[in-house]
Design a protein around this ligand. Sequence first.
Ligand SMILES: O=C(O)CCC(=O)C(=O)O
Length: 252
Amino acid sequence: MLTLERTFSLDQYRRDGFTGPVPVLGEAEAAAYRAKFFAELGQDEAQPGPTKAYMSAWHHRLRWAYDLAAHPAVLDRIEAILGPNLVMWAMHFWYKEPGNGKRIPWHQDGAYWPITPVKNVTAWFALGPTFRANGCLRLVPGSHKQMLEHEKLNDKTSAFGQGLKAEHIDESKAVDVEMQPGEIVIFNEATFHGSEANVSDVARVAFSVRYTTPEVKILTEQWSDAGRIKTYLVRGEDTHHLNDAIRGTVPV
Ligand SMILES: O=C(O)CCC(=O)C(=O)O
């Protein structure tokens, strides 16, 4: 199994389809954001439980979530990959309380997204510790070279109805991305990724932020949940104005 380099490397990103994890927040800062997360759920962090809360687009209405999604230390890394003009277009919290039996099946994000061209960099941000037993993110290095067909899954343990075909997955090549609170790992729209159930007593608190460039058009009319998609120019200039109709407003 590949050993994580725990550094930001453009060479690794190009070779493996991901890079990191790297620290962005200190432990105390990550804990403060984690507290805001649980406060928003209306839960006591010491007794994390299941939630029916909507987990997308908190950055449209909560300034602290926007500040995380547009964190300069994250944007510096994304800019190194995508260049100076950056559009942030989605954010989703991935929370698994202790005992959450759902797994995220192996998938490539680009297979789910009506955007053209399909170009995206994701920062997956751990606000709490992530490790094998609480369902840390798993990635397959070098899997990002082509898009593959996804199929329907009839599996009650899967959080998604579709995923990559089992024949395309070589579990022996998968990497468990165990992370400390405040770290990010960066991957692209084609990198195989997923995660297992949380069989520990530690909540897994994490979120993803999606970034692209102004020449990418988001086809909101093909999106089943279009309200969660808004574009924020977080660096540089909008050279194409393709998504003006869904421009987001930074919350106060
Ligand atoms: O958090 C997970 O386990 C999956 C995350 C994911 O699918 C994503 O960020 O695209």
